[in-house]
Design a protein around this ligand. Structure first.
Ligand code: HMG
Length: 400
């Protein structure tokens, strides 16, 4: 009998501020239902000046490790497309902030919104080879588009952290997987820019074409038929994207495709993403968290996952919900991460948007926010971080 390998525990963190999309609708004189209903988004998380992918990732991972009784993970995979350095992995900063042992490999992975699903697959391989090992995966991103662009309403910020190990408490990931890679220019972010460039309508088409290709490959590699999959969990740049995608998949496989029925079936995966916005590589796992945290018993059900990263790499894979999973959920923690955000208006949001071009600010210090982990500023080209609970007077850089 093969030993199940998969996701043992998972949690999320998001940013300090929340901008209701009603603020954008008012500013641009657009019917708010274009956002609330048309793209299925209500609110976007907006980071404070002292927050970034490291602070969000550390915040999620700290909670995960603090409640975990197992051996320390020997691998930390950090998935992001909001890189803070061309050389050093953001995961190494998190490793330092969390005081993880030196006996650990740390890597950063990038391929748009796909990289956390890729990290999951690498983690499964590591555990299959060394069954006593555990892998910590962190996915952390800040989605930013130009002000007044069509993508602006689909910004957001969040991180997830999850542990991959044998005999997982939550989800066993099945071996079959379907892959699809195509060199397309639907969405990209040159090094000179803070904001992504996107061909919005083309990106939607590329997503759907990739889904069909990845699902066909999943089937060709022993994956379950569409009728044997109980739930679907999609990458959600905006929640309506998942509805469009699943409707197309049903048509592709010759099944009836009523859009309202699809929206209702996928809705349990939308509750968190509709409130945080696009969190790029974290988004599919935030969809999973919302599904698990919902009020339906999922025991034994098969979930089909579709991860899409523009550019474009995608994967369709599946997993089974483990018996007893409900005892390992942390619903209150996730609800309070969202509720703790402070609502801001459009004017305040403008002051937090970094603008299009990357500019060198030299040395600077950030204003202190309320989070446990802080990006405190830059000194001599070096980013500095602080764990307020552990080292109030020093930064990680100063400690090294
Ligand atoms: P747009 O072109 O401004 O919006 O932006 P639209 O005119 O297409 O309207 C959107 C929907 O709202 C439409 O519904 C309208 O009918 C509806 P649909 O026809 O699509 O079903 N609508 C209304 N509904 C109710 N009441 C109203 C109303 N008005 C209109 N009053 C676009 C849409 C997706 C282009 C834009 O949001 C965008 O550019 N987003 C960024 C790109 C993106 O998210 N692409 C998704 C696929 S690519 C991907 O997922 C990868 C990504 O995450 C990056 C990565 O991999 O790293 C982005």
């Amino acid at each position: 009998m093969t030993v199940p390998v998969g996701i043992h525990d998972i949690t999320l963190a998001t940013a300090r501020y929340a901008l209701d999309l009603g603020e954008l609708a008012r500013r641009f004189d657009v019917d708010v239902n274009k956002f609330y209903t048309g793209i299925g988004q209500r609110v976007m998380s907006v980071p404070a000046e002292d927050e970034d992918i490291v602070t969000m990732g550390a915040s999620a991972a700290a909670r995960l490790l603090e409640r975990d009784g197992g051996p320390m993970p020997r691998t930390l995979l950090f998935a992001t497309e909001t890189g803070i350095d061309q050389s050093k992995s953001a995961g190494v900063y998190v490793h330092g902030l969390l005081g993880m042992p030196a006996e650990c490999r740390v890597l950063e992975l990038k391929q748009a919104c796909y990289s956390a699903a890729g990290a999951l697959q690498l983690a499964l391989g590591l555990v299959a080879r060394s069954p006593d090992e555990r892998v910590l995966v962190i996915a952390s991103d800040i989605a930013r588009y130009d002000l007044a662009s069509s993508g602006e309403a689909t910004q957001g910020a969040a991180a997830v952290a999850f542990l991959v190990q044998r005999d997982p408490a939550l989800i066993e990931i099945e071996p079959a997987s379907g892959l699809h890679t195509l060199d397309v220019q639907d969405f990209w972010r040159p090094n000179s820019r803070n904001t992504a460039l996107v061909d919005g309508k083309y990106s939607v088409k590329a997503y759907i074409d990739s889904l069909k290709g990845a699902f066909d490959d999943y089937r060709a590699h022993g994956g379950a038929s569409i009728d044997e999959i109980d739930r679907f969990c999609y990458h959600q740049p905006f929640t309506k994207m998942a509805v469009k995608a699943h409707t197309s998949l049903l048509q592709h496989t010759g099944r009836p495709a009523d859009r309202q029925a699809v929206a209702d079936a996928l809705a349990p995966t939308f509750t968190y993403n509709a409130e945080v916005g696009n969190s790029y590589t974290a988004s599919i796992f935030i969809g999973l968290l919302a599904l698990l945290d919902g009020d339906v018993d999922l025991t034994g059900e098969r979930i089909g996952f579709f991860s899409y990263g523009s550019g474009a790499v995608s994967e369709f894979f599946s997993g089974r919900v483990m018996p007893g999973y409900e005892a390992h959920l942390h619903r209150d923690e996730h609800a309070s991460a969202l509720l703790a955000r402070e609502s801001i208006d459009y004017e305040r949001y403008l002051t937090l948007h970094p603008g299009t071009e990357v500019s060198s600010r030299g040395d600077y210090t950030t204003a202190a926010g309320a989070g446990r982990f802080r990006f405190t500023g830059v000194r001599e080209h070096s980013r500095e971080y602080l764990d307020v609970e552990r080292a109030p007077e020093s930064s990680t850089a100063a400690e090294q």
